[in-house]
Design a protein around this ligand. Structure first.
Ligand SMILES: [Cu+2]
Length: 138
């Protein structure tokens, strides 16, 4: 009887463990990485790219020297696409702090594809700064 109980307990533990890694382990792939003097800023999403329509993503700030997450306080992300003969197409992200320092959850909506000039700003314990990068929307 005892080995049977052990097998049952082990099976239950395996199943529970599997379920938890599914819920927590949603793998995020990098969309783009930007280095500043002392920060590494990474945009991530499940697909590893931005596409036309609504996107959810993660924005992560790490200390360049140690690769440790760093709390940067208030963060903004805006995008701009210059279009010939038209007003530039501007879209901003909604960002909220995620679990843990230096990690933000964002949503942004792109009406069309094309490369965006992305401006990220931060203002908080790690100082005040901004950076720009190009990110394609597919
Ligand atoms: Cu456009």
């Amino acid at each position: 009887m005892k080995p049977f109980i052990i097998i049952v307990v082990c099976s239950v533990l395996l199943v529970v463990n599997g379920l938890m890694s599914c819920a927590w382990g949603a793998e995020f792939k990098p969309i783009a990485t930007q280095k500043t003097t002392d920060l590494v800023i990474t945009l991530l999403s499940e697909s590893g790219q931005w596409s036309q329509g609504k996107n959810t993503f993660v924005l992560e700030f790490r200390r360049a020297a140690t690769k440790q997450p760093v709390d940067v306080g208030t963060v903004t992300l805006t995008t701009n696409m210059p279009m010939p003969g038209m007003a530039p197409m501007v879209a901003g992200a909604t960002l909220e702090p995620d679990k843990g320092p230096g990690r933000y959850l964002g949503t942004i909506n792109f009406p069309d594809s094309g490369t965006r000039q992305v401006t990220i700003t931060w203002d908080g314990p790690a100082g005040k700064g901004s950076t720009r990068l190009s990110v394609p929307v597919r």
